[in-house]
Ligand binder design. Structure first.
Ligand SMILES: [Fe+2]
Length: 261
């Protein structure tokens, strides 16, 4: 039953993505990156659901929310030619509205939970009072998304000439030292304000902050460790700065007691 629902959802999603294909059958490259990102987020969400031992209902909500979480990215790029929400639309609201309006989840007993997980996936904090299934779906998508954002950053660093062109990193200066305000925010588990991100080191340190405090599940932290995401960031930060805070923050992130679950 759940399998059939998810299968139908996948067909609807794929048919929707196909509407953005060009005459040669290809998606514009930036959209193709989002399609690939989504496939990775779905795979990550499955690993998390499995690792956390979720029941079939919860696993279905996680799968569906992972598949749908970035639905609005295609229309966002088409309409506004950017993925920067501040210059266009909140892509989570946009995704939620498109999925709802198209009725893809009509008849799904977990429609509201899945929609909520899509809507909240990019929020700084989840609202209080979510029921257990909605909370699990929302936290799983957020963790699964972060794991893939780690992969994407590593891909960008290893495949671009970032020292000379940091376009993939908001054109941030690559040689500037980390902002002490950012270091302090991460040290004390506070969210970093975007206006405080002044260097490529700051940009990468935000992800160190996620690894320290931002992953909800033990399974996600295990996957993160197995994939070497923290080690990659520490090594890369060493290329950018000799600030001793790098080792301090990265070592602390490795302590097994970190995280909320
Ligand atoms: Fe997203």
């Amino acid at each position: 039953m759940k399998r059939a629902l998810y299968q139908r959802l996948t067909e609807l999603y794929n048919a929707y993505v196909d509407t953005f294909r060009e005459a040669d059958g290809k998606l514009p490259p930036m959209m193709e990156l989002k399609r690939i990102h989504t496939a990775h987020v779905v795979a990550n969400a499955r690993l998390i659901a499995e690792g956390e031992g979720f029941d079939a209902e919860t696993t279905h909500a996680c799968d569906a929310a992972a598949l749908l979480h970035d639905t609005g990215r295609y229309e966002q790029l088409k309409r506004y030619n950017t993925f920067r929400d501040a210059d266009s639309v909140d892509h989570a609201v946009f995704s939620h509205d498109i999925v709802k309006e198209k009725g893809w989840l009509d008849g799904d007993p977990h429609r509201e939970s899945i929609l909520a997980a899509v809507l909240y996936h990019n929020r700084r904090d989840l609202p209080d009072g979510l029921d257990a299934l909605t909370l699990a779906a929302a936290q799983t998508v957020r963790d699964a998304d972060k794991l893939d954002i780690f992969r994407v950053l590593e891909h960008q660093i290893t495949t671009t000439d970032w020292r000379h062109n940091s376009q993939a990193f908001w054109n941030l200066p690559t040689t500037a030292r980390p902002n002490p305000v950012v270091l302090d925010d991460i040290r004390s588990g506070r969210p970093v304000a975007y206006q405080d991100i002044r260097s490529l080191a700051d940009f990468v340190l935000i992800q160190v902050g996620w690894i320290r405090n931002g992953l909800a599940y033990a399974t996600t932290r295990r996957l993160c460790a197995e994939r070497g995401h923290l080690a990659f960031r520490r090594d890369f930060l060493h290329q950018l700065t000799d600030d001793p805070a790098v080792d301090e923050l990265c070592q602390y992130a490795e302590l097994p007691t970190q995280g909320v679950s």
